[in-house]
Design a protein around this ligand. Structure first.
Ligand code: UDP
Length: 237
């Protein structure tokens, strides 16, 4: 393959990506597949940091709508991301690569506390770093956590791996006239309220010039082709 285009990436995986056909929890086969892709990236020399969502376990806003206190339900949501991160750590370690889970909430009997300089050091040593517990604050999302960490570690790109191929003008499953954008600006995504990431996440990337790729997580080897410069999914910059 060609030279690496991106040497340090932040890969955002939604919790939903881990769901498979189930309604809740982690699908073992999908976890293995994603772990193998992350290993391939690392072995190719890409410094790989990962943020995993928690939507397969708990979404704070949904629990709050059922009557739970919102801050408590967001704390539960953040703990869900830790569960996913530990599962991914285990799957990657089984494939022989060192991993560090770093949590924005202090649970240091389970994983490391998030310390930026230490995270960068782990990456430089070729360890996969999984950022858990989002930003550590309620009312935020793991998309915001992904853009925040991407800026902090000075990632070359933020890759949002989703169940769709990229950014569309409308939901392609519901609207036959939905058009696909292979390239767009952050302002376009914000102004047109396109379903890319929440506004906080987009603004952080825009203001700190971190390009964002939205792509399908279920396309085998796609992230590897992307880091080698292939145009995959949608590019927002
Ligand atoms: N969450 C939070 N603060 C953060 C990140 C996440 O409170 O900085 C909580 C929030 O309740 C959210 C849940 O964790 O619903 C799971 O994260 P998210 O919904 O972003 O996961 P995804 O949709 O990516 O699976």
């Amino acid at each position: 393959m060609s030279e690496l285009k991106y040497r340090r990436i932040l890969l955002k995986l939604s919790g939903e990506a881990l769901l498979g056909d189930g309604r809740c929890g982690i699908d073992a086969a999908i976890l293995q597949r994603l772990a193998a892709e992350i290993c391939d990236l690392c072995r190719a020399g890409v410094q790989t940091a990962v943020v995993i969502g928690g939507g397969n376990i708990i979404r704070g806003a949904e629990k709050a709508a059922e009557g739970l206190d919102r801050v408590t339900s967001d704390h539960m949501g953040m703990l869900g991301t830790v569960i996913n991160a530990l599962a991914m750590q285990d799957a990657i370690e089984n494939l022989g690569l060192p991993v560090r889970v770093m949590s924005a909430l202090k649970i240091n009997q389970v994983c490391e506390d998030y310390i930026r300089r230490r995270a960068v050091r782990h990456l430089e040593k070729g360890r996969v770093v999984i950022f858990a517990a989002g930003t550590g604050n309620p009312f935020f999302t793991t998309d915001s956590a992904a853009s925040l960490r991407a800026v902090e570690i000075n990632a070359d790109i933020l890759i949002k791996a989703t169940k769709v191929d990229g950014v569309y003008s409308a939901d392609p499953k519901k609207d036959a006239n939905a058009t696909f954008y292979s390239r767009l600006t952050f302002d376009q995504a914000l102004d047109q309220r396109l379903n890319v990431m929440d506004a906080t996440a987009l603004v952080l990337c825009r203001d700190h010039r971190i390009p964002l790729r939205v792509m399908n997580v279920f396309e085998d080897g796609a992230v590897m082709r992307l880091v080698h410069g292939e145009e995959i999914g949608s590019l927002i910059e």
